[in-house]
Design a protein around this ligand. Structure first.
Ligand code: HEM
Length: 98
């Protein structure tokens, strides 16, 4: 996996810090639907080997996105709290979204 790809996934994870009420655990919710979509798309071609490969792939993607979220949290620990509770600062988006 290239550095570019990993960095993009980190950025996606970090961007979810701005979503009010979002928890990093939510990223795992994409795992089963993703595998189901691959299974339906590949039909007969969804062999045990494919199953194995895609399970590893989605796990890696989600872990990397979560790592990006965590790195952003370490950098600015109160970002999520600010976004959900505050009426000042960068919360204009949060107010609209709720
Ligand atoms: C691996 C899983 C996921 C990926 C790859 C992903 C990717 C993205 C991307 C690329 C964007 C838009 C650009 C950005 O803000 O960075 C985005 C926005 C967003 N995502 Fe996700 N996302 C994932 C999981 C989730 C989950 C689980 C939720 C909610 C439970 C969620 C909620 C949102 C919301 C609310 C936005 C903002 C939409 C807006 O600005 O109107 N995402 N996501």
């Amino acid at each position: 996996m290239s550095t570019f790809s990993s960095t993009s996934l980190h950025q996606i994870g970090a961007s979810h810090r701005k979503i009010p009420g979002f928890k990093k655990e939510y990223f795992w919710k994409i795992e089963s639907p993703f595998l189901e979509a691959v299974r339906l798309t590949l039909g007969d071609r969804y062999t045990d080997n494919m199953d194995n490969i895609y399970r590893i792939t989605i796990k890696f993607l989600i872990e990397t996105v979560i790592r990006g979220y965590e790195l952003a949290a370490e950098h600015e620990p109160n970002d999520n709290v600010k976004a959900s509770n505050s009426t000042e600062g960068n919360s204009s988006k949060a107010t609209k979204a709720s």
